[in-house]
Ligand binder design. Sequence first.
Ligand SMILES: [Zn+2]
Length: 399
Amino acid sequence: MSPTTLDTADIRRRNLSAVLSHVVEQGAASRSAIADATSLSRGAVTSLVADLVQAGLLRETEAVAAAKGRPRVLLEPAGDDLCLVTALLDADRATVVASTLSGAELRRVEHRHGRPMGDPAAIAAVLADALDELRSAVPRRVADLSIVVWAPVGGTPPVVLADTDLDWGEVDLVALLRERSQALRAFEAAGGAVQLVADSEVAAVAEHASAGHPDGMLYLKADSGIGGAVVLGAHDPLVLGAALGHQPIVPDGLPCLCGQRGCLVTVAGPDVLLAAAGLGDAAAADGLSAALAEFTARVHAAEPQAVAAWTPACAEVARAVQITALAFGPEVIVLGGFYADLAAGVDAVFRGIQPRLGGSSAVHVPRIVGSTLGADAALRGAQRDARARVTGDPLALVR
Ligand SMILES: [Zn+2]
């Protein structure tokens, strides 16, 4: 939309959003600090704050002592009757979290689904139960409901395209939940639209914030498979899901489930590495995460079989990252999942394969770091996106 087509209501909505977003993201702030941060006039901020206080989205704090001058009154997020609901469906569990507009966790419900392969209805029932249990425990109005899956998502309305961990083809998960969850039906009846999102895209959002909003980031994550995302820009970044596990990295390599040959996942995926390290049985007995934790521990302890499995895989990961990084020049490369603990080794190999065009100093080499967010990255990213949607149109919450 060009600025000339914005009417007064649009401008006011955008300004309300700027004020509320600032307080939600940065915490309690004075009117003049908000004016400075948003480039709005002090008078405009006073009027916008009045609307947001009236709508129950902001409130004034008790007067706090200032470094100099008289005590100041700050604005902080209110919205005590609202919550954001974020659900994560992974290979073992359905996790559902209610949080405040500021991101504070109110309640978490976690149910194991026992991984019934190829049975989406059984898993939808477990997730529906978790959603309804959360709604009873947190009787607030749901301002946003998003569901994160460990799989690619597409279509309108969005559906799960294929979940190899659960042996799903295309599954309309939201429709399955609609039949089973009272909480989801209530949210839709109030005019809400359920968001269905792929884990690597929302995890990338959280990792990008955690890395300090670098100008361009490549995110590569390995847990039950390998996925990732490309993040363009520093603030308000564009996040593009990327099938990095299916980069055909080895010419004429092993056939992959996707139909190509030599994909990264065929040489550096969890199953391949665990089998090569002699941990295939551990994965079956103790679960994938425990087996992968043991694998990375053995690599660090220089156990010969684990090192022999990881060394060639590490080189392929570095090469895959190099190919993608050259395409868009990210500032930072973040490795998530079990690659996080192995990031230093990948970085060492990566540094050794950089181009030397016009002398090495002419080329910016991104740093590779391991994720520090762990398993919660996707949920935290989804909460961030939910906050952005809700603060994007503040008065929609109180209509
Ligand atoms: Zn593939």
